[in-house]
Design a protein around this ligand. Sequence first.
Ligand code: UGA
Length: 436
Amino acid sequence: MDLAVVGAGHVGLVTAACFAEMGHHVIAVDSDTARIDALRQGQMPFYEPDMEPLVRKHLASRRLVLTTSIAEGVSSAQLIFICVGTPQRPDGSADLSAVEHVVRDIAQHLTAYRVIIEKSTVPVETGHWIERTLKLHTKNHAEFDVASNPEFLREGSAVRDLLHPDRVVIGVASERAKRLLLELYTPLNVPVIVTDVKSAELIKHASNAFLSMKISYMNAMAQVCERVGADVTKVAEGMGLDPRIGRSFLNAGVGFGGFCFPKDLDAFIHIAEQVGYDFTLLKAVRQINEDQKRHFVRRIEATLWVLSDKTIGVLGLAFKPGTDDLRYAPAIDIIQGLCQAGATVKAYDPQAMDAANSLFCGLPVTLCQDPYAVAEGADCLAVVTEWPEFRQLDYRRIQSLLRTPIIVDGRNLLDPAAVRACGLQYVGIGRENPPA
Ligand code: UGA
């Protein structure tokens, strides 16, 4: 099929490359000329595992074409996916100006039947506004349908998530759009939920809010575990074996971050408020998440007694492993908290060093080349992102490099017994308390 994907960001670029991999012909449109030029040279705008080879492969096969012209996309593709950003406004709601702009642009060039599909995470009823805008701005009464096809891609595994999804959600108002979208996803051979546009829009926000709730639930549970001396990882294990609960997203830690959960949670709380519902449950989810970052700083403090004039080595900056994304990363608030308390920070991340370079201007933060340089002379090593390679470090060497041999593991990544066997003190989240 001939497709256009508007927006070559984290969602759009992966979507375009994967649709090409599924055998479709894709035009990826982005208004950022520099980004399109760089992509044409084979330079990726961000790190996402497995994406680069796919983009290169399909630029070469010509199944993926890059352009800055929406007109080009609209003229040749029957399905047009909107994948532009929906950043947060100061009141927590989603800023839909990029979506509106793209829709007006599409309307200018619409001459024959097209399906315009929202893939970006948008508030319920955005489909209605897209339809209204298209009607207002389409000059020659060209036919169109508006559909919702939310993405469930996780950064770090987005290519796999798109090519092997648990489900595909399609929100449509016409048989014609339904038929085309079903045809698009036929190669994947996975369960497809077909529903109305509003329900599809809600499925995305409801899913992200629910996953955030699971995490905050376990972070609250971790607080109880710390107070009674229980182990939250064991609690999660015991709960997770119940198929009604499931083990995933029950990992307590320093809180969730990234450009999806925190912003989507705020947006969903705002949407509920606008339709007259006070979603107190989700407000608590948000509050627990904010508290958890401060709690981690307090836990480091409780271990060292005083933070002032101490050096804290931070392992991991990205909001999660497998990405260089620092947006809403818990590491930022944590490092700021440590510095405010008078500590100096040394930090390392396997992917996010470039992005971090300008982030901590004016703060006593040094970025190091590797985890051992972080440990050298530090009073404590704090694990903030659960990169699997941090499990493989030589902890005997770390022990010899640290000024005081203490690890505070904000992700419960390490095996406490193995770390202790290397002569280190170990403190986790919801387990292994600081010495009284
Ligand atoms: C999330 C959703 O998982 C995707 O399904 C969705 O498509 C995407 O948002 C989106 O809206 O575009 P993502 O933000 O990439 O994906 O990352 P997740 O893997 O969901 O992790 C989010 C945060 O939760 C990370 O900071 C992670 O460290 C944290 N987390 C996750 C925990 O603290 N505990 C857990 O048990 C799981």
